[in-house]
Design a protein around this ligand. Structure first.
Ligand SMILES: [Fe+2]
Length: 465
């Protein structure tokens, strides 16, 4: 990523000031040539370079939307941005970043006080106040209440959520490492905080999604699992035929492109293609048969050849050699912009963790699982369980900005939801029930594609069974 100060200095060297939004945009684009192009294009009497000076820009209600290619842009998760992880210092940065940014979203609606300040004097005993912290631990008491250890950079306090209070349904769904705000009172002895109200970072209730002003259609799928003996080739071919006549501009694939090798014990017996290179080559052939007018956007999943820790890097070179030219490889997660409509692609491994932590959660309810992510503004809130997270300096799993569409996969069961203006889509899979799923009593919904009209944001499910 380009350095913010250097960007500003480059503009200053030509007597131009630059708006922070533009600096942020240039950092995201990570392309020094773009700076030069902008400098060359601004009118001679310009003092401050603002979003107005960016070529191909469109504006939207909640501020400015930048586009260099008016139809497609990778906002985050471009190749090479996942970075490496170097030990405990990044781990500290990672959690600080998570707390600051998610806490900031809560702070924009309610002000909080530092936990240390609350505990230091007895001035606040029995006086209502709000604290904002990360859930270090959460459990049920013998009487069925919930108790959470809430931490901020200054201190920690035990917070009690009584089962007879209206907030209990929110508290029941607390998971460790999510960031929340709590309004309530400190006990007489200063050891316990009684919660009355709880705030999650959440999507604003008046969130209005952006709709494209020109015609466009996206097709969303995931979990193809090429190479598995349960991959539904005939149904895939039907899908490929259908795409020939379908005015689709974009095909988005949210991970598990191939079945992989050595992913689970005994997998060899369930593979028709046992070589990982050949699995990707076969996928490349399949994608080459699709209309070349379509842009195909591909992110990895836990069956793919890249590291399991999220953010997962793009499918690397030797494996993607046979992919056609109209493919764009992105990381997992990635935020892409289709004609102004932002789609957050995330494979969805964290759903495994949420199912173990959130009462009522299940694989059948993939729509609800996406809502759980959106209300926490985080794709994988519970750290250190089945979802490995590469703790970089920034928490890339935070949902910011708010997308128009959240596209997940992983569970192999279709789910569509609308949560505060955000459309959540999980299109299922291209694999019939595996022996493992049979054991686990999981019933997949295979061979479905979900299309979205970018002008109306209306989803439609098409079956190829
Ligand atoms: Fe999968």
């Amino acid at each position: 990523m380009l350095d913010a100060q250097q960007i500003a200095l480059r503009f200053l060297s030509t007597r131009l000031q630059v708006h922070p939004d533009v600096v942020r945009y240039l950092q995201e684009q990570d392309n020094p040539d773009l700076i030069e192009r902008i400098i060359a294009q601004v009118p001679p009497d310009t003092l401050v370079v603002t979003s107005r000076h960016i070529p191909g820009l469109t504006s939207r209600r909640d501020g400015v939307r930048f586009l260099t290619d008016p139809s497609f842009e990778i906002v985050s998760g471009a190749a090479g941005t996942s970075g490496s992880v170097n030990g405990t210092s990044d781990y500290l940065h990672y959690f600080r970043d998570r707390y600051q940014r998610l806490g900031g979203m809560i702070r924009s609606r309610t002000s909080g006080m530092p936990i240390e300040g609350l505990l230091r004097s007895n001035r606040y005993r029995q006086e209502e106040c709000t604290i904002i912290g990360m859930v270090a631990e959460v459990k049920s008491t013998a009487n069925g209440h919930r108790i959470a250890e809430l931490e901020d950079p200054t201190g920690a306090i035990a917070v009690l959520f009584r089962k007879d209070k209206p907030i209990f349904s929110d508290a029941e769904r607390l998971v460790h490492d999510e960031v929340i705000g709590v309004k309530g009172k400190l006990s007489h002895d200063g050891k316990l905080f009684f919660a009355e109200q709880m705030f999650r970072p959440d999507i604003r209730i008046d969130n209005t999604p952006y709709k494209s002003d020109s015609p466009g259609k996206a097709v969303l799928i995931s979990d193809i699992h090429v190479g598995s003996n349960t991959f539904l080739e005939e149904q895939w071919n039907r899908f490929a035929d259908w795409l020939q006549d379908e005015p689709a501009h974009y095909l988005l694939i949210a991970g598990d492109l191939v079945d992989g090798v050595g992913i689970y014990p005994g997998q060899e017996q369930e593979l028709t293609i046992r070589n990982i290179h050949e699995q990707y080559d076969r996928l490349g052939e399949m994608l080459s048969d699709l209309p070349s007018r379509m842009r195909i956007i591909i992110s990895p999943g836990n069956h793919d050849v890249v590291r399991g820790a999220e953010p997962q890097p793009v499918i690397p070179k030797p494996f993607s050699d046979k992919f056609p030219k109209n493919c764009t490889l992105v990381e997992n997660p990635a935020l892409v912009n289709l004609q102004g409509v932002r789609v957050l692609m995330y494979h969805g491994r964290s759903i495994d963790d949420m199912i173990g932590l959130i009462p009522g959660a299940s694989y059948e309810k993939s729509g609800q699982m996406m809502e759980e992510m959106l209300t926490r503004r985080h794709l994988a809130p519970a750290y250190g369980r089945k979802t490995p997270i590469a703790a970089g300096k920034q928490d890339r799993m935070i949902i910011d900005p708010v997308p128009e569409i959240l596209h997940t996969g992983h569970v192999h069961i279709r789910g569509i939801t609308m949560y505060r203006g955000v459309l959540g889509i999980n299109a299922g899979t291209w694999q019939s029930q595996t022996s493992f799923q049979k054991q686990m009593n999981v019933h997949p919904t295979p061979a479905l594609a979900v299309t979205v009209d970018l002008q109306t944001l209306q989803p439609e499910t098409v079956s190829f069974m």
